[in-house]
Design a protein around this ligand. Structure first.
Ligand code: FE
Length: 344
């Protein structure tokens, strides 16, 4: 078996391949690392056949939907998953065949109601049900400590001691454990009484993950992250560098329309000479009247260089093919030692 663990911060993804057929499955991939997985599969001579999420993640953005679109592959998730993009829904005991490998699905809910583990001959991927020296939390949406108790004590801990354990997270740099080691050493599993375990889990006070709402929203719905929307818009436009803008401003260039898309108050507090203000939110509705020349070159400006990307992209979509954005935004302009002299 070809078995690659990809660590990104505390998140662990897995590329598992059949050495004979070169088919592979990618488990719990993260959106930011798409190119890394595809490159790794190529480097190992593998062709990915399945994308799988062990559960609906609340702490990072899944790459399964995006990769599914790019590579034309099925997304495997538990039957209970809310994600509309999951097209191969599995249940307890079912087997996924990847080349000559067999991966058996174990329902291990509790961290979420759609958590699964993947059992192979010598190892098990436990998602966020069983972690090294810990367990998944049960205080996020669809989590339930009673249900997790059953998954741990009646399912995972009944597996053979020598079976290797590979979780979806580890924040201390550890890469693997075994059922036996966890059975005897995992502090949360020493509490074998159900009520005591549930009380222990309910009593945990763990910080909420960063991006919780956005991760749940996008992972459950197949919607896009803000970062994705901006990156997609950025791929559809060109940019102007600060140096280039400087020379335009110095020459008092009239052929370039400087379109400041910040709110009115920020614009009034200081802006570039000859800049014109239409806040991003009003752009579509005011364009006809105030930007009558679609052949004009338009440079969009904002504070941090993100809203201006969306604005330039919108303008292009509306029929202003020469809309571009300032690379870096006005913040970069100020940091480069320039001033926003004009006030109105
Ligand atoms: Fe999780």
């Amino acid at each position: 078996m070809i078995f690659e663990q990809v660590r990104r911060g505390g998140c662990l993804s897995y590329l598992i391949g059949c050495p004979e057929t070169r088919s592979a499955i990618l488990v719990d991939p993260e959106l930011d690392a798409i190119d890394q997985y595809v490159a790794l599969a190529a480097e190992k001579g593998l062709r990915i056949r399945y994308l799988l999420d062990t559960h609906t993640h609340a702490d990072h953005f899944t790459a399964t939907r995006e990769l599914s679109g790019q590579l034309g592959l099925p997304v495997v998730m538990h039957r209970n998953s809310a994600a509309p993009f999951a097209d191969l829904r599995v249940e307890d005991g079912e087997t996924l065949i990847v080349g000559k490998l067999r991966l058996q699905v174990l329902e291990t809910p509790g961290h979420t109601n759609d958590s699964i583990s993947l059992l192979m001959t010598d190892r098990v991927l436990t998602g966020d049900a069983l972690l090294i020296g810990g367990t998944g939390r049960t205080d996020l949406p669809t989590g339930d400590p009673e249900v997790l108790y059953d998954s741990l004590f009646d399912k995972l801990l009944r597996l053979p001691d020598q079976l290797l354990v590979f979780p979806a997270h580890d924040y201390k740099g550890r890469s693997q454990s075994s059922i036996g080691v966890e059975r005897t050493g995992n502090p949360r599993l020493q509490q074998r009484d159900r009520a005591a375990f549930v009380e222990l889990m309910r009593g945990l006070d763990i910080a909420m993950p960063q991006h919780l709402t956005e991760a749940l929203r996008t992972n459950r719905s197949g919607g896009k992250t803000v970062h994705q929307l901006i990156a997609e818009a950025a791929r559809g436009i060109a940019f102007m560098s600060m140096e280039e803008l400087c020379s335009h401003v110095e020459q008092g260039e009239q052929k370039l329309l400087l379109l400041d898309v910040r709110d009115r108050e920020s614009f009034r507090a200081g802006h570039l000479p000859n800049a014109y203000n239409i806040p991003r939110g009003e752009l579509e509705l005011r364009a006809d009247r105030e930007l009558p020349d679609p052949t004009k070159r338009i440079l969009t400006l904002c504070q941090f260089g993100k809203v201006s990307i969306l604005a330039a992209h919108t303008l292009r979509a509306m029929g202003y093919p020469r809309a571009i954005a300032l690379d870096g935004g006005l913040d970069a302009w100020l940091k480069a030692g320039h001033v926003l002299a004009e006030r109105t």
